[in-house]
Structure formats: structure tokens, C-alpha cells
Write a protein of this length. Structure first.
Length: 306
């Protein structure tokens, strides 16, 4: 397996990409007769393809078997790969006017460039940027957006997204944002005793755009886990209850932060769970346009409730 093969997810990845796909089709349909240039922006675009973890494990087992002596190229040819977000966007109907794929790894950029051959009718509309996502987005958002509208998919591999990037997107007042927030990853950085290593604290400051987040996460809380995001799950052992309480606070806190810069934020984001029913990510939607964003929010809310 190539080191640049995109291996991730399971059911939660399928759910995330299904939501995105439905929104992209709805977005271009809603704007098909509007005088805006329509952009799709993928900030952590990867390769355009993905391989789920179950297939990756089966591949690894097969390659270690004495009966399977396949080259890497042959292996890729026979294994089924699934569409990643870039390919999903290129298949959306009606089409976007421009596609911008941002990826830091040069080897992955080469695979994104190859999408021009797979989608020749869109080749002139595809731009691949071999850059850091935060820097690329801030430069892109500094451009003139008066006659543009866009969907930006912010799907980091961890806690790489900076709050200044989210603020830059909001300032355009023209970009609808789907952002994957790492609930589990951030929760692991919030140590039980509150003694957080400085390097982690700095990353959380960048992610949340403030230095006073710890006041929220470490205040005493003896209330049961209610709240709209997790109420269907009964708290079991005390330690699991504590984790769910903190994740609920974290989810509410990030949504409140989004509402400080966006006029329209979905109140019921998708919570994505692993196979053990533990929350991994929160898939959030925010629309920056004060007027058109109302329709965008209704569409996103409908998709999220499906």
C-alpha cells in the first residue's frame, strides 16, 4: 500500500461524505440561474480517492500472505477504491464553475492533477494548490468575493485548522462552510487534572481562537448529560458519563464560537461515531451570506436531519 493512499473512516466517513454530496448538488441547483461564479474549495483534498479501514486491513493481510505476491501497482488495480471528497465534488450536478483542491503533500497533488484526465470536461476548471491549507485559504479569502459563491470543505487530519482561517472564510460573506471538528482528539488533549502541556495548549488556542477556553471545560458540572447532541445515549459508567459531559460542553462551545463570526450556523450538526458508539467528530455547517445564507441553512438542516 502506498504511503499516499488515503485510508480512513468507516461508517462515519460515508456519512460525512454523503452529507457533503447532497449539499453540493443542492447548492449548485439553487444557484444555477444566479449570476454568481460557483466555487468548490477542498482544503485538505488528499488524493481524490479513499480506502476504508476494513479494505486496508484486508489488503495488508493479503500482502503478508505467501499466496499473494502482488506488486503495489497490481494491488491498486484490483482493489476497490471509493470516491473521496474531490471526486464527489467533480461528479456533483449541476457542475461548479471552479474547483480548488488544496493539499500539502506534493505526491498527493500529482494524483489530484490526474483528475483532469478523468474529468476532461472540467479540466480547465480544476486548480490544485500545493500549499498549507490555512495559508492558502487566508490568501484565497482575501480576494474579491462580491460576484462569487462557494462551498468550502474543511476536513483536517487532526487539529490543524486555525481559528483565523475560519474567521477569514466568514469575512467573505460568500462561502458556505462544512467543517469537521475533532471532538475526540480535542477531548484527549483536555487532561483530567487540567495540567495541559504548553504545546497542546497552543494548538487549542489556535483552534478555538481564544485563550480562556479552559474556564468553560473545567468548571464543575454535576448535571446529567442532556443536551440535543447526545441525549439519545444513556450514560453508563461514571467515567464514560464524565467524558460525554465534557464532549457535550466542547461541542456546544465550538458551535457558540462559530456563531460569533457566522450569521447562520446549523444547531444540530452531525455527530460521527466510531464502531463503539463513541463520538469522534462533529460535522458542522455555517453560511456566511447574511441574506442567501438563510436558504443555505434550511437546506443544510434538512440534509442533517435525513
Amino acid at each position: 500500500m502506498s504511503k499516499d493512499t488515503h485510508v480512513f473512516g468507516g461508517g462515519w466517513t460515508d456519512e460525512k461524505l454523503s452529507i457533503l454530496s447532497k449539499y453540493l448538488d443542492s447548492f449548485t441547483t439553487a444557484l444555477r440561474n444566479q449570476p454568481f461564479q460557483k466555487f468548490y474549495i477542498d482544503a485538505f483534498a488528499g488524493t481524490g480517492s479513499r480506502e476504508d479501514t476494513a479494505t486496508a486491513k484486508a489488503r495488508k493481510k493479503a500482502k503478508s500472505s505467501a499466496q499473494m505476491q502482488l506488486s503495489e501497482t497490481d494491488d491498486h488495480d484490483i482493489e476497490p477504491f471509493l470516491d473521496g471528497s474531490a471526486r464527489i465534488a467533480l461528479k456533483s450536478k449541476p457542475a461548479f464553475d471552479q474547483y480548488i483542491f488544496i493539499e500539502k503533500r506534493p505526491s498527493r497533488c500529482l494524483k489530484l492533477e490526474a483528475l483532469r484526465h478523468e474529468f476532461p470536461q472540467l479540466a480547465n476548471s480544476i486548480t490544485v494548490r500545493n500549499e498549507d491549507a490555512n495559508a492558502a485559504i487566508e490568501r484565497l479569502c482575501a480576494e474579491q468575493w462580491r460576484n462569487r459563491r462557494a462551498v468550502l470543505f474543511l476536513d483536517p487530519y487532526g487539529v490543524q485548522v486555525k481559528w483565523t482561517t475560519i474567521e477569514a472564510i466568514a469575512r467573505t460573506k460568500a462561502i458556505d462552510l462544512w467543517v469537521l471538528f475533532p471532538l475526540s482528539g480535542v477531548n484527549r488533549m483536555l487532561t483530567n487534572d487540567g495540567e495541559i502541556p504548553e504545546i497542546w495548549r497552543a494548538k487549542l488556542d489556535d483552534l478555538l481562537g481564544t485563550t480562556d477556553w479552559d474556564r468553560e471545560f473545567y468548571q464543575p458540572n454535576s448535571q446529567p448529560v442532556t443536551g440535543s447532541l447526545f441525549e439519545e445515549f444513556e450514560p453508563e459508567p461514571p467515567e464514560e458519563r464524565l467524558v460525554k459531559e465534557r464532549i457535550q460542553v466542547l461541542a456546544d462551545y465550538f458551535l457558540a464560537r462559530l456563531e460569533t463570526v457566522y450569521p447562520h450556523v446549523a444547531k444540530q450538526p452531525a455527530i460521527l461515531y466510531n464502531s463503539r458508539n463513541s463520538p469522534l467528530f462533529m460535522f458542522c455547517f455555517a453560511a456566511g451570506n447574511p441574506q442567501g445564507g438563510k436558504l443555505a441553512l434550511r437546506i443544510a438542516d434538512h440534509i442533517l436531519k435525513m
